[in-house]
Design a protein around this ligand. Sequence first.
Ligand SMILES: NC(=O)C1=CN([C@@H]2O[C@H](COP(=O)(O)OP(=O)(O)OC[C@H]3O[C@@H](n4cnc5c(N)ncnc54)[C@H](OP(=O)(O)O)[C@@H]3O)[C@@H](O)[C@H]2O)[C@@H](O)CC1
Ligand SMILES: Nc1ncnc2c1ncn2[C@@H]1O[C@H](COP(=O)(O)OP(=O)(O)O)[C@@H](O)[C@H]1O
Length: 294
Amino acid sequence: MNPIPATLDTLKLIKFLKREPAEHKGNAGKVVLIGGAPGMAGALILAGNACLHLGAGWTILEMLDPASARADASQPELMIRLARLDIQQSLANAKPDVIAIGPGLGKSELASCCLHAALAYPSIPLVIDADALNLISESPELLKQLQIRNQQFPGSTVLTPHPGEAAKLLQSTTEKVQSDRMKSIHQLVELTQSIVVLKGQHTLIASPAHPPAQCLAGNPGMGTGGMGDVLTGSIAAIAGQGVRHQINLWQATGIAVELHACAADSLVTKGVGPIGLTPSETILEMRSLLNKLL
Ligand SMILES: NC(=O)C1=CN([C@@H]2O[C@H](COP(=O)(O)OP(=O)(O)OC[C@H]3O[C@@H](n4cnc5c(N)ncnc54)[C@H](OP(=O)(O)O)[C@@H]3O)[C@@H](O)[C@H]2O)[C@@H](O)CC1
Ligand SMILES: Nc1ncnc2c1ncn2[C@@H]1O[C@H](COP(=O)(O)OP(=O)(O)O)[C@@H](O)[C@H]1O
């Protein structure tokens, strides 16, 4: 095993997202994002905004907070629905190209039900983040369901833990995860059989089919609540477009991680941050960089 990971070099793949003149929203993918429990609706809206601005054809939010599950006048493009216990039926009706679950999901019975439904939805790219990861770390049944999904549909699920979530999945501590991040990502891939993004300084990406690659871009200005939610929505958007643009989930994940970190660096260069750099500003900078790289 090579102890030095390769450097992530995926931005050249962005040209595959270029749209032919006759393309329409059906070619850009339908994404369903699930989360936003009471007190954390913002996490799902950030993920949704990232998804919208990174080019998804439709962005549908299944919001757990009843008070927030209504059209957002500041972002009317987002299709916001109230998540219910019949989420499995809602997903079947929506026929998404990609599902992302976790931002602000919480750990309620409804949250757990949503995660079961997402894991049961066959074959399409699935992005799992935040509390959805915490639920898996607390439930051998959900972990088994994840492993089975990956056996049936290899390469179709990506997990995006920060070091705290990684520690919970590995029944370890944040300090141990951080003391040997290469070992940690190998363990996470082994345990979950998924594509794994171990976030933090020099984010690592690995999968059962790919050795770890490391993102050298990014800066501590990214340490603002909601920055990971933006990454989740971005992976989903690029994977959604990738379905009809020859970009697989592994590649979509690499592109999103690199674009996210490069956008934050670009903003710092312009004097927007590191202090006070916001996830919402990062979304707009990602859009701008992506369009320059087409
Ligand atoms: N606007 C909203 O509604 C928002 C809502 N949000 C939602 O809130 C929920 C809780 O999620 P959360 O990530 O905020 O808290 P939590 O799981 O306790 O993890 C924090 C701990 O993890 C660690 N750690 C993290 N990064 C690390 C690093 N780079 N390097 C090292 N360690 C690192 C560190 O652990 P420590 O070192 O303290 O042991 C830290 O204390 C979730 O549903 C989320 O979606 C958020 O998305 C924010 C915006
Ligand atoms: N010091 C840092 N250097 C580079 N990237 C960072 C740094 N701190 C945080 N990040 C990035 O910011 C994002 C934070 O994600 P996360 O902790 O999940 O945020 P949240 O749950 O609040 O949305 C990740 O993509 C992570 O890699």
